[in-house]
Design a protein around this ligand. Structure first.
Ligand SMILES: C[S@@+](CC[C@H](N)C(=O)[O-])C[C@H]1O[C@@H](n2cnc3c(N)ncnc32)[C@H](O)[C@@H]1O
Length: 254
């Protein structure tokens, strides 16, 4: 395995190409560290889970596309879903399984699950990593039963998103360097149109970390020596603009 710290800190594109899935193997030890390289994914998972209502029937299924190490799992506790996670990365799936997720190794563009099997499909911080993201959207919609709910969050294909999410955020300890390829960012209106083609009326809203909480967290983290910084992590809050980070929520027509 490559040196995780070097991989996380290096700006040298020779370490691994941007968006190379092997980065998730190198960073496998970071997933569940609340102050680690994937810290922001924890905050986003909480915000995404808040969009998911309690299950309305016994045996309800939530399919978590690009589930990573299952960070959504603790936020679904008590909502009554069987949580099925699909991801390419085995090292992440092993950890997801340890957190109660039923895991399936597979590609979000060709999911090995039957049509209409899901009451909820979640695609958190996935689409901006998938070169053929419309194919992943088609799969997400295919998996939903009529009346099922799609929830997602991703990065917009804008100059502002490239500035904030790559140039700035990848220099902070909240996002691993090189994890994004900005050429894959997802145009919000194209995403809405793609979902509509597959029977899902997707509604968007911009989101961002609450600024005071983020600054306090960064300060605590800079001062921390080894242990996780104390205090509440930053909240993800709605914001008027969808130009950087946005959530989507939509129901599949019956
Ligand atoms: C930024 S992480 C997000 C993980 C998780 N959704 C979360 O929010 O904690 C992106 C995940 O998508 C997975 N991934 C990337 N491309 C994929 C694809 N085509 N099919 C399935 N998983 C994919 C990666 O392995 C990684 O676990």
């Amino acid at each position: 395995m490559r040196d995780v710290a070097a991989a996380a800190a290096s700006t040298d594109p020779r370490v691994l190409p941007r968006n190379d899935p092997r980065q998730y193997d190198d960073l496998a030890g970071e997933w569940w560290r609340p102050d680690g390289a994937f810290a922001m994914l924890h905050w986003l998972a909480e915000a995404r889970a808040a969009l998911v209502p309690p299950a309305t029937r016994p045996g309800a299924v939530l399919v978590d596309l690009g589930c990573g190490a299952g960070l959504l799992a603790p936020h679904l506790t008590g909502k009554g879903y069987h949580h099925i996670g699909v991801d390419l990365t085995r090292s992440a799936l092993v950890q997801a399984a340890e957190h109660g997720v039923r895991v399936v190794q597979g590609d979000a563009t060709a999911v090995p699950l039957p049509s209409g099997c899901a009451d909820v499909v979640s695609a958190g911080e996935l689409l901006e990593h998938v070169p053929a993201w419309p194919r992943a959207v088609a799969e997400a919609c295919r998996l939903l039963r009529p009346g099922g709910l799609l929830v997602l969050d991703t990065l917009n294909d804008t100059a502002l998103a490239r500035l904030v999410a790559v140039r700035i955020a990848e220099r902070l300890p909240t996002v691993p360097r090189g994890i994004h390829d900005p050429r894959l960012f997802v145009d919000a209106q194209a995403l809405v149109a793609e979902c509509a083609q597959h029977g899902v009326d997707l509604r968007l809203r911009g989101i961002r970390p609450q600024v005071g909480g983020l600054l306090a967290w960064l300060l605590r983290r800079a001062r921390a020596t080894g242990a996780a910084p104390a205090g509440r992590p930053p909240r993800i809050v709605p914001t008027r603009s969808t130009a950087v980070l946005y959530q989507g929520r939509g129901v599949r027509k019956g």
